[in-house]
Design a protein around this ligand. Structure first.
Ligand code: NAD
Ligand code: ZN
Ligand code: ZN
Length: 387
């Protein structure tokens, strides 16, 4: 069946449905678009399902660059290879693949090092183009260019992705679970496991209990953390947190005049071993740093604030505290080797994924997924392309 389809469509443009964002902050419009065939080192995939991450919302709202419109958003997905461009031997048509916003070229000094997942051959930026060529594969029916979003653009029945951004996965894994490993759950679990390397018996504080923060809790739980403190402004997230091993809750709205960091310092007798910022606010990075334990505390920045937002630390604050602060893109994971490990841990019933999926909608209802996440009602809403 897949072969028959490829005979029909390989090396040809495909006309299909996509949810296009025409203007910042406006509801997406499902329209027909033209998806060009893949260039060398690129792959065209049919999306099975996709889910909404808060980063889509951040760049959906952003009027100025790196906000570009019209654009096809979406970067958390799973799909099937429809056709491959020249010089692609890692996947063939019919393979099930997970796209990722971060590349894993496997060749550059950073990809070859165990210490980093930040590829220098195809460096990450919030780009509107395909990574290798700085061109788009999408046009609308009038011939106007439609921009890509962080090398994935999964809110389309078909999309083109560079091979460095694709991981082949076990086709047995349910797509509406595996798609979460394309961004959110991998990022959170990886931040605890790879970036922080949380040790058994440690105390962890997590700012923001969306899917990312709860996946940090899940990662910390798997690493054997004994105390996991969750901070949020939405009390509904506290109930969800229990499933992922959150042991203590702090509602930052009801802390009175006390900064949350002070509350956590008191609870822990001097700060947590690992503090994760999973909201995307510089002010919360300061709070997280302030309640990291002196001497060995690590602050991990996971949330994405507005472009240009600044952190301010006095040099004495850093010098006298002995604390570490680090960023974590995609949880410090190398997609091609680490996603299969997480899938295996899910299939072995160690890693929880099912609990993150709170809603599922058809492609026509994609704007509902936006409303649910903005209103704080969902963790992850899976969007099925063929329903
Ligand atoms: P989400 O909207 O599901 O969760 C955010 C949570 O933060 C919500 O529960 C919300 O109630 C809470 N919150 C908001 N303001 C708060 C405050 N002042 N104090 C405490 N909690 C507050 O979002 P998500 O999909 O879980 O994404 C979280 C962040 O992670 C976003 O900034 C997203 O862009 C970022 N992200 C980063 C990476 C990465 O590679 N570093 C990958 C994916 C997502
Ligand atoms: Zn690389
Ligand atoms: Zn994401």
């Amino acid at each position: 069946m897949a072969e028959k389809q490829s005979l029909n469509t390989a090396r040809k443009s495909i006309r299909c449905r996509a949810a296009v964002c025409r203007q910042a902050g406006e509801p997406l419009v499902i329209e027909e678009v033209i998806v060009a065939p893949p260039e060398p080192r690129e792959v065209r995939i049919r999306i099975i399902c996709t889910s909404l991450c808060h980063s889509d919302i951040t760049f959906w709202k952003l009027k100025d660059p790196p906000g570009y419109f019209p654009r096809i958003l979406g970067h958390e997905a799973i799909g099937v290879v429809e056709s491959v461009g020249e010089d692609v031997d890692e996947v063939i048509e019919g393979d099930v693949v997970i796209p990722t916003f971060l590349s894993d070229c496997g060749e550059c000094v950073d990809c070859r090092s165990k210490k980093s997942n930040i590829c220098s051959k195809l460096p990450f930026k919030v780009s509107p183009w395909m990574h290798r060529y700085e061109t788009s594969r999408f046009t609308d029916l009038k011939g106007e260019t439609i921009y890509h979003f962080i090398y994935v653009s999964s809110f389309s029945e078909y999309t083109v992705v560079d091979i460095a951004h694709l991981t082949k996965v076990d086709p047995a894994v349910p797509p509406n679970r595996a798609c979460l490993l394309s961004c959110g759950v991998s990022t959170g679990v990886g931040a605890a496991w790879r970036t922080a390397n949380v040790e058994a018996g440690s105390t962890v504080a997590i700012f923001g209990l969306g899917a990312i923060g709860l996946a940090v809790a899940e990662g910390a739980r798997l690493c054997g953390a004994t105390r996991i403190i969750g901070v949020d402004v939405n009390p509904d997230k506290f109930e969800a947190g229990k499933k992922f091993g959150v042991t203590d809750f702090v509602n930052s709205v009801s802390c009175g005049n006390k900064p949350v960091s002070e509350v956590i310092n008191e609870m822990t007798g001097g700060g947590a071993d690992y503090c994760f910022e999973c909201v995307g606010l510089a002010s919360l990075v300061h709070e997280a740093f302030a309640c990291s334990r002196q001497g060995w505390g690590k602050t991990i920045v996971v949330g994405v604030d507005k472009p240009g937002s600044q952190l301010n630390f006095s040099s004495y604050e850093v010098l006298h505290s002995g604390k570490t602060i680090t960023g974590s893109l995609f949880g410090g994971l190398k997609a091609k080797s680490d996603i299969p490990i997480l899938i295996k841990r899910y299939l072995d019933k160690e890693l929880q994924l099912d609990e993150f999926v709170t809603h599922e909608v058809s492609f026509e209802d994609i704007n509902k997924a936006f409303d649910l996440l903005i209103e704080g009602k969902s963790l992850r809403c899976v969007i099925w392309m063929d329903r």
